[in-house]
Design a protein around this ligand. Structure first.
Ligand code: BG6
Ligand code: MG
Length: 222
């Protein structure tokens, strides 16, 4: 394969679990909802909700609890969960940015690599503002802009289109299985952030961004 195929023009970052650990806040809010509905929601089950949309998450939660509801009732519960989630998010501080990721993005930018966000979250801009890093991202593709949730590639394709880059010259960083599948289906180079057992379909997996550089990354995917 021609080495130009791997020339990186842009990097697209997922938000939750890649830039910041919001999974713990999603978990607390879903657990509270499950409790109110009369069943327990475990941290293991929370893994299934990573990367997927709010409504898809609620559907899994209700399936776990054996509860069937109308679309209207679901809408109300999703809104209730989001209000609880926002209580946590509104208290977040810039020191909750995951270690190494900010420096890595700055290095990429200094080398002319374009940076986008590709997140299923409808709260993405709020979170980036809260963390004071919204200006790091040239393009923000979030849950307010797409109809199809991950594992559909729509969100990453939208970010690539906004960045004016070809998916083949673009890395997607993801912590969720659904996100890796979305990136692969879209023709991106997928890099998993987290557990290699869960993210086995990624082109490469890193535990976190501590000490990560463009050279190291190129070596991993090359
Ligand atoms: C993803 C999270 O980034 O965003 C999911 O990994 C979450 O857990 C999804 O369900 C939607 O988030 P929000 O903020 O729109 O409820
Ligand atoms: Mg994620």
């Amino acid at each position: 394969m021609n080495s130009d195929m791997y020339k990186i023009n842009a990097c697209i970052f997922d938000l939750d679990g890649v830039v910041v650990d919001t999974a713990k806040y999603h978990y607390l809010a879903w657990k509270r909802l499950a409790k109110e509905l009369g069943f327990d929601f475990t941290i293991e089950a929370n893994e299934r909700l990573k990367g997927i949309s709010r409504l898809d998450s609620l559907n899994i939660l209700l399936e776990i609890g054996g509860i069937v509801l109308s679309a209207d009732e679901k809408e109300k519960l999703a809104e209730k969960k989001n209000q609880w989630y926002l209580e946590y998010i509104n208290k977040m501080q810039p020191d909750e940015i995951l270690p190494g990721v900010k420096n890595f993005i700055k290095e990429l930018k200094s080398k002319g690599i374009r940076i986008g966000l590709g997140s299923a979250s409808k709260n993405a801009k709020l979170i980036l503002n809260q963390l004071e890093i919204i200006d790091l991202f040239e393009v923000i593709a979030d849950g307010t802009r797409v109809l199809k949730a991950k594992p559909d590639p729509e969100i990453f394709l939208l970010a690539a289109k906004d960045l004016n880059v070809d998916p083949h010259q673009c890395i997607v960083f993801e912590d969720a299985e659904a996100g890796i599948e979305a990136a692969n289906r879209g023709g991106f180079t997928s890099v998993g952030v987290g557990d290699p057992k869960i993210l086995c379909k990624a082109k490469a997996v890193i535990p976190n961004f501590i000490g990560m550089t463009l050279d190291k990354m190129t070596g991993l995917i090359g």
